[in-house]
Write a protein that binds this ligand. Structure first.
Ligand SMILES: Cc1cc2nc3c(=O)[nH]c(=O)nc-3n(C[C@H](O)[C@H](O)[C@H](O)COP(=O)(O)O)c2cc1C
Length: 148
C-alpha cells in the first residue's frame, strides 16, 4: 500500500470557532486508529490540513472530511505518493496561532493576511515543514502518536 499525502484548504462555514476542539479530538482518535499523521492549521477563518498515511486511509479520511458541513469551499492543493512521512511523530498536530507561527506564515504569504488559497502544493508542504519545528510541546496543542 502506497504512502500518500493530501493537502487541502477550506473555510469555516456557519460553525462556531469552538468547533475546532471537537474536530481535533475526533481527528486524533480516528487518525491514530488509521495510522494517519499530519497537521492542521486554523486561523479562525481558514483551515489548511495535511494528511499522510496509506492511500486507502488518506482517501477515506479526506472524503469524510469533505462531507463535513462545518467547512466549505475546499480546494485540493496536493495529492501525491510520498517516500516517507514528514509528520510521523504526530497524529494530528494542531498549529496554534502564535506570533512565532504568524512570522513563519508571513514568509509564505503574498500579503499580511494568511490566505491558504494562494499557496501552491509545494509551498504548502514547505510551510508545514517550517512549522513542524515550532510546535509547543503541550498535550493541548499536539500529541505524539505513541501517546495516542
Ligand atoms: C477542517 C476539518 C478537518 C478535519 N480533520 C479530520 C481528520 O483529520 N480526521 C478525521 O477523522 N476527521 C476529521 N474531521 C472530522 C470529519 O469531518 C468527521 O466529522 C469525522 O471524521 C467523523 O468521525 P466519526 O464518524 O468517528 O464521528 C475534520 C473536520 C474538519 C471540518
Amino acid at each position: 500500500m502506497y504512502l500518500t499525502r493530501v493537502i487541502y484548504c477550506s473555510e469555516l462555514s456557519g460553525a462556531n470557532k469552538d468547533a475546532i476542539s471537537d474536530i481535533l479530538s475526533v481527528s486524533r482518535r480516528n487518525n491514530a486508529k488509521a495510522s494517519i499523521s499530519g497537521m492542521l492549521l486554523f486561523n479562525g477563518t481558514f483551515f489548511l490540513q495535511c494528511l499522510e498515511g496509506s492511500r486507502n486511509a488518506v482517501n477515506e479520511t479526506y472524503h469524510r472530511i469533505m462531507r463535513d458541513e462545518r467547512h466549505c469551499h475546499p480546494v485540493l492543493l496536493a495529492y501525491e505518493a510520498i517516500a516517507q512521512r514528514d509528520f510521523g511523530d504526530w497524529d494530528t498536530a494542531y498549529v496554534p496561532w502564535t506570533s512565532d507561527v504568524r512570522k513563519i506564515i508571513r514568509l509564505f504569504s503574498i500579503d499580511e493576511e494568511f490566505n491558504p488559497y494562494q499557496l501552491s502544493g509545494e509551498s504548502a508542504i514547505s510551510l508545514f515543514r517550517a512549522l513542524r519545528g515550532h510546535l509547543p510541546n503541550s498535550e493541548h496543542w499536539s500529541k505524539p502518536l505513541q501517546q495516542a
